[in-house]
Structures are given as structure tokens and as C-alpha cells.
Unconditional design. Structure first.
Length: 530
């Protein structure tokens, strides 16, 4: 929708119903927008002012919700918050969020959407604006929030309610879960998608549960274990459930994955309960892998988006990594799809459209967190064996992970895995002698440069090689497994110092002199021992 038309309606040239209708259309179009056109910055500032002028008046609830949703979307842009971050406007939002009143903010259920949207707006504005942060101190906003929380805590204690249990039951109700046995919900392939209201309720319950369970890394009692397994079973059902639209389904699954990341990994075995013959075609070793397949599809879809990897991709990669590290059947099922036996090795591992190709490309991503979790995921699929990882990725793509783990000299990680062996295909075995270990793909044999040399040229090159070995042997550099160059920028940002690095005996990186010294010390120790 044209921003000028929205601005015209908000600035008083349309009725309340027209404003609500126009803003609803604007919100629907821009719901997932986080980057805005700089050319429209002034119009967006005016739109913020117009929305706050409407919110200051006594208007109907549906119009307030539409206004607040639009303001929440606009507040993602730090540059338009100047007209918003005034004491008057902050107080308008605090009033709508029921932070400046002693009455029960949920006394009128119809106002609940207004309260939620006003709180979201305040969250965005305070996060993105230093001026708003100062105003929040002046307006004592933190104390008001604490008072609000305190009332609900007292209410919970009076009624002897447990937050996780209540929210889990709310999630179960919104998804209409029917149980066939413990930790196993009925699967109805013909079930219609959730309605928009049911989906929104489930999403809000998932968000609340995520905040409540954020530090739930370990299970300390049998009751806690039961509660988290019960939650994981509901989340499995959630992953197999469709929303009213594709975008809503993705949002529902995204929040379910975020919450699964908080569930102790020992309780995630309920994601792959034993399968009946008629339940699903996605099975492995008699286990129903439908939910795991959803996670894999979600991961690939987020990779294909090509943006916001840290927020959108790392949660599902982290979840899959921990599942594979702990649950053997999950690891073997995922490896069969992500890292199938190699047959065609004519292309580099990062070239292509398979999931493996996409993940290997992420191993050299500019975002450190993204490339670390992508490399860790593949490493775990390879049972943390360096030789297996290099087979699928090449040494060049894996060097960052191996350097961080101290595994440049080979070996394996600390975690124990089953001893089942991988089998190479006949195609891979025949091509293996000609595979470039650095790039990880098959290279045609290079022509011998000496074939076209005269005897004098061969003798000259041989003497150069002898001299090079002589220099290396004098400083014991032949004992260094590998060298890398570390570029160190000086304070002026221009002069660069090239510092050679070596690999210690334990496989970690160190300055070349230190690495040489340690190899020399180890050699003396071994010669002195009996």
C-alpha cells in the first residue's frame, strides 16, 4: 500500500473506520519488514506522529490495535523514533499498556490485545532509542513493570499454580491435542489447518514458555522430567500442525523450535516415538521421524532465504546438533539425508544445491556464530572424527573449526559415539587417490613440469630445492606440520605485520618460534627417556 495514502488517512482526512482499514492493510504488507526505504523516512516520521495523536484520543479498541501494530512495525527503524521519544508519547503508550494504573490490567479482556501491542511498542522503542531509555528512567517504567509482575506472582502463589504447567496446558488446548498414549499425540493427516486465532494463541503461549524455561538446561527431578517430556510431545505435535497460511505456519514452527532449544536434550527422545505401520512413511529403525524431517525442511528453507542467519537459522541448527550428539537414531537419520555416501566428487563440496553443499558454504560465512554452528553440526554428523569431516568438506572449509578445537593435526572430538563404521562407495574409493585434500574434490592429474625442461634447468631447480631444505633443517622447521600467516594490523590501521604461525604438538596454533621450541623440547624429552 502506498505510504502517502496511509499518511493521508491517519492525518485526519478519513473516518476512524477508514484509518483502521488502511492501517490493517499496511500492517499486513509490512509485517515481516525490518529494513525500510531511506527515501520515505520523513513520511514514516509523520506517520508515527499521526498514529500517536490518534492513540491519545478515546477511540475504539480495534482501531487502537491497528495503530499500535503499525507503530510497532515503524519502531523497528531507529531513524524515525525522534518524534516518538517524548515524555508525552511515552506516557500515552504506558497508559495503553496499563502501567500507570493500580487496577487489574486484565479486568477487561477486550483490552488485552491493546495492552500486549503497547508493551511490544515500548519494548522496541526503548531498545532502539537512547533517548527513550533515559525517559524510561525518568518515568520510573522499570518500577511499574516490577509492580505489575509482583501482583501476578502473588496471585500465582495464592492459587498454587505453576507457570510452566499452566502455559503448557494453554498450548495443548490451543492445538487441540488428543493423546493416544503417554507422550504420544494422535496424528490426523486429514485435520484442517489451525484457525488464525488458534495459531496466534499457540504462538503467544510458545513465546511465554520460552521466557519461563530459558534456564532449564538440566532436569533435577522425575517430576521435571515428566513435565519437559510432556512439553516436548506437544511441541512435536505442533511441528506436524499447519497454520492458516504458509507464513503463519513458519512462525508457529519457528517459535516451537525456539522452545525445543530450552528443553533438556535428554527429554527430546519423545520426538521420535516408535511408529505404527500406518502412521507415516518417514521412519528409521522403526521410529517415527516426521518431526525431525520438519526440522530439516525448516533448516533448508531458512538457508535458502539467504539473510538473517543468526536469528533465523542458528536456533534450528543448534537444536539439530544437540539432538544428533545425544540420540543415535536421529543422527543416523539426518546424516543419511545431509551427508549421504559420496559418489560424485568432481565438484568442490561447497558447489551445488544439496543440503550438504549449502551447509559447507556456511562454514566460511562472514558471521562467526553462523559458521561455527554450521561446522559443528557437520562435525557431529561425522561423529566428531576429523578424517570423516574432511572427506565431506575439504580441509580448507574445515580449517576454522579444527583450529578452534585444536584438531589441525587430526584426531577426534571429546564426545563418545557408537563404533559403527561408515562405508565408502566404489566410486569414492576409485577417485580417492586423486582427490585434493584441501579443496575436497577430484582434480585431473597435473602435467609434469619437468617433461619440457632441459637437463640444465632440472639441475638448477634441484639445487634450489636442496638449498630450501637446508634452510629448513637448520631451524627444525621440517618438524612443523603446517604454517599459516597471521595479519596483524597496527594502531594506524595501515602497516601490517606478517607473523608466521605453527601447530603445536597438541594440534593448536601458536607463533612459529613457540611451536618450534615445543617440538624441540618434546624431541629432547623423548631421547632422554628410557
Amino acid at each position: 500500500m502506498e505510504l502517502g495514502a496511509v499518511l493521508e488517512a491517519v492525518e485526519g482526512r478519513g473516518s476512524s473506520e477508514a484509518v483502521e482499514r488502511v492501517l490493517a492493510g499496511y500492517n499486513e504488507e509490512n509485517r515481516t519488514i525490518f529494513r525500510f526505504d531511506p527515501a520515505d523516512e520523513d513520511k514514516r516520521k509523520k506517520l508515527c506522529e499521526g498514529i500517536l495523536n490518534i492513540l491519545e484520543k478515546d477511540t475504539k479498541t480495534s482501531c487502537q490495535v491497528a495503530c499500535l501494530e503499525a507503530l510497532r512495525i515503524l519502531s523497528r527503524d531507529k531513524k524515525v523514533l525522534v518524534p516518538v521519544t517524548t515524555k508525552r508519547n511515552m506516557q500515552i503508550l504506558m497508559r495503553l499498556a496499563k502501567l500507570d494504573t493500580a487496577e487489574d490490567p486484565l479486568e477487561r479482556v477486550s483490552e488485552f490485545p491493546v495492552i500486549v501491542e503497547a508493551l511490544k511498542c515500548l519494548c522496541n522503542i526503548i531498545f532502539n532509542s537512547a533517548v527513550a531509555q533515559k525517559l524510561s528512567l525518568e518515568l520510573n517504567l522499570a518500577a511499574m513493570l516490577c509492580n505489575l509482575l509482583e501482583k501476578y506472582i502473588r496471585s500465582q502463589l495464592r492459587q498454587e499454580l505453576q507457570g510452566v504447567q499452566v502455559l503448557t496446558q494453554a498450548l495443548e488446548s490451543s492445538l487441540s491435542v488428543r493423546w493416544t498414549e503417554e507422550y504420544k499425540a494422535a496424528e490426523d493427516r486429514d485435520r484442517p489447518p489451525l484457525s488464525l486465532q488458534e495459531t496466534d494463541c499457540a504462538i503467544e503461549a510458545l513465546k511465554a514458555l520460552f521466557n519461563v524455561t530459558l534456564d532449564s538446561w538440566n532436569v533435577h527431578s522425575e517430576n521435571e522430567s515428566h513435565q519437559f517430556r510432556y512439553m516436548a510431545a506437544i511441541l512435536r505435535h505442533c511441528l506436524l500442525t499447519m497454520g492458516p497460511t504458509e507464513d503463519k505456519t513458519e512462525e508457529l514452527h519457528s517459535n516451537a523450535i525456539n522452545l525445543l532449544s530450552n528443553v533438556p536434550v535428554s527429554c527430546l527422545d519423545v520426538l521420535i516415538k516408535p511408529s505404527a505401520q500406518e502412521e507415516t512413511d518417514i521412519k528409521y529403525n522403526g521410529m517415527n521421524m516426521g518431526a525431525i524431517q520438519i526440522l530439516l525442511d525448516f533448516m533448508e528453507k531458512r538457508i535458502d532465504k539467504g539473510s538473517s542467519y543468526r536469528e533465523g537459522l542458528t536456533p534450528v541448527l543448534s537444536l539439530l546438533t544437540e539432538c544428533c550428539r545425544t540420540h543415535r537414531n536421529i543422527r543416523k537419520f539426518i546424516k543419511a539425508q545431509v551427508l549421504p555416501p559420496l559418489r560424485d566428487v568432481s565438484n568442490r563440496p561447497e558447489v551445488g544445491t544439496t543440503v550438504r553443499n549449502k551447509l559447507v558454504r556456511l562454514m566460511t560465512h562472514v558471521d562467526l556464530g553462523v559458521k561455527q554452528i554450521a561446522a559443528e553440526f557437520l562435525f557431529v554428523l561425522c561423529k566428531e572424527r576429523v578424517d570423516s569431516l574432511l572427506k565431506y568438506t575439504g580441509y580448507g572449509n574445515a580449517a576454522g573449526l579444527l583450529a578452534a578445537r585444536g584438531l589441525l593435526a587430526g584426531g577426534r572430538g571429546d564426545h563418545w559415539y557408537s563404533d559403527d563404521e561408515d562405508t565408502d562407495t566404489e566410486e569414492y574409493k576409485s577417485a580417492k587417490p586423486n582427490i585434493n585434500l584441501i579443496t575436497g574434490h577430484l582434480e585431473e592429474p597435473m602435467p609434469n613440469p619437468m617433461d619440457e625442461m632441459t637437463e640444465e634447468q632440472k639441475e638448477y631447480e634441484a639445487m634450489k630445492l636442496v638449498n630450501m631444505f637446508d634452510k629448513l633443517s637448520r631451524v627444525n622447521m621440517h618438524q612443523i606440520i603446517g604454517l599459516i600467516v597471521w595479519a596483524h594490523t597496527s594502531q594506524n590501521g595501515r602497516d601490517e605485520l606478517i607473523k608466521p604461525m605453527g601447530v603445536r604438538p597438541d594440534g593448536t596454533m601458536a607463533p612459529l618460534e613457540e611451536a618450534v621450541s615445543q617440538y624441540h623440547t618434546n624431541k629432547q624429552d623423548s631421547s632422554d627417556s628410557d
